[in-house]
Design a protein around this ligand. Structure first.
Ligand code: SF4
Length: 88
């Protein structure tokens, strides 16, 4: 069987996983902690709520730090390919 799906992870590289990042608008209070810690990924919109502008805009470590420091636990991070939950 040929397993050459373009979405299959390549174990020969140390490429970070493609990420699916969500901000729950019902929880976000606009503290901007995530924007401070991962400014390439998060930005505040007109309503002072965080939005994901580029899921690959910062390192995984910075993204997880941002998610972990959200005061309302509004951010979830998962592997976009496997669905594995990376945070929380
Ligand atoms: S850290 Fe959490 S509450 Fe603050 S802006 Fe980001 S998602 Fe919203």
């Amino acid at each position: 069987m040929n397993d050459t799906s373009p979405f299959a992870p390549d174990p020969s590289t140390d490429e970070p996983p493609r990420l699916h990042i969500e901000v729950d608008p019902m929880r976000c209070v606009g503290s901007a902690m995530c924007v401070e810690l991962a400014p390439g990924v998060f930005a505040l919109n007109h309503w002072r709520q965080s939005e994901v502008v580029d899921p690959e805009g910062d390192t995984l470590a910075d993204i997880l730090e941002a998610a972990g420091n959200c005061p309302t636990s509004a951010i979830t991070v998962s592997n976009a390919v496997t669905g594995e939950i990376l945070f929380p």
